[in-house]
Design a protein around this ligand. Structure first.
Ligand SMILES: C[S@@+](CC[C@H](N)C(=O)[O-])C[C@H]1O[C@@H](n2cnc3c(N)ncnc32)[C@H](O)[C@@H]1O
Length: 282
């Protein structure tokens, strides 16, 4: 949450949407960390009932709903938190449109997710050979998500990787993997799963028993545009539109960006874009 605070600031009394809250493990942390009221939306009755019993909090309300139809009024939320949810949503575009509706102008979306092609730091893939390919196939691609959110009038604020401790020791890590709770392990055969556990047990003999297991997780941050798309993009230093005319065609000094490489570096190129007639300019 320290990383999240960088984008949210020290404001108190926020209204936060925890979309796809699962068992509510982040809902309570969000309520406490930001002194916030949290609307925790979750489609699964089973998950919601666990959340209601195990993650009850006076400022968290668990509500049935999903990303495609968020059961929240317009312009209500200061922050939307989506942790490991994006790949469950039917279409990211529908989710982005709904998030734009429920957020206040300037509201922030924090997406905590693993993305396609960025899984090298996850330790257990070493032991389950087909798991990484399966996850790469189902996880979203960060660049596509960025484009989708920008189309839906969000501005990219940041894309960063955060190191997190997933288990205090390798032994605890094996115990957790053994429970087969991660959806990745529903996708591989029983045989591969049991073989992987045996390989982990062998590897444990060589491990420092006091060393925590860490993974990198990505945080993709967007701000809901307060104004039209073109001003918003300009503000985000992503595009400076010199003449929009009737929004059909424009000459653009585009600040291209290699965000999705290992480093962020802006470079200036001049190009001409076709600006779609029907792009909403409010
Ligand atoms: C991997 S869990 C993450 C739960 C929680 N955010 C966390 O990080 O602990 C994914 C959650 O997304 C929920 N989900 C599935 N489809 C969804 C949708 N269309 N909209 C919102 N949430 C969805 C699932 O029910 C599940 O609880």
């Amino acid at each position: 949450m320290d990383v999240a605070r960088r984008y949210v600031g020290a404001r108190k009394g926020l209204v936060i949407l925890d979309l796809g809250c699962g068992t509510g493990r982040f809902s309570v942390v969000l309520a406490d960390s930001f002194d916030a009221s949290v609307l925790a939306v979750e489609p699964s009755d089973k998950m919601r009932s666990v959340a209601e019993s195990q993650s009850a909090h006076p400022r968290v309300r668990y509500v049935k709903g999903d990303a495609e139809r968020i059961p929240v009024g317009d312009n209500l939320c200061d922050l939307a938190w989506l942790s490991m949810v994006l790949h469950h949503i039917g279409t990211v575009e529908a989710g982005a449109a709904e998030l734009h509706r429920v957020l206040k102008p300037g509201g922030i979306v924090l997406i905590r997710n693993s993305f396609r092609g960025r899984l090298e730091s996850v330790r257990y893939y070493e032991f389950f050979p087909s798991a990484m390919a399966l996850d790469n196939a189902r996880l979203p691609d960060a660049e596509t998500v960025r484009k989708t959110f920008e189309k839906r009038r969000f501005r990219l604020v940041a894309f960063e990787s955060v190191e997190q401790v997933v288990d205090r020791t390798f032994g605890e890590h094996i115990d957790r993997i053994r429970q087969r709770g991660l959806s990745t392990f529903e996708l591989i055969s029983d045989e591969e799963f049991q073989q992987g556990i045996r390989l982990m047990e062998d590897a444990a003999r060589e491990e420092d028993p006091t060393k925590p297991v860490t993974e990198m997780i990505d945080l993709l941050v967007f701000a809901r545009c307060q104004e039209g798309v073109e001003q918003c993009m300009r503000r985000g230093k992503r595009a400076a539109i010199s003449s929009l005319g009737s929004c059909r065609s424009a000459s653009v000094h585009h600040l291209g960006c290699t965000w999705f490489g290992s480093k962020c570096a802006y470079r200036t190129v001049v190009c001409t874009v076709w600006w779609p007639k029907n792009l909403p300019i409010s």
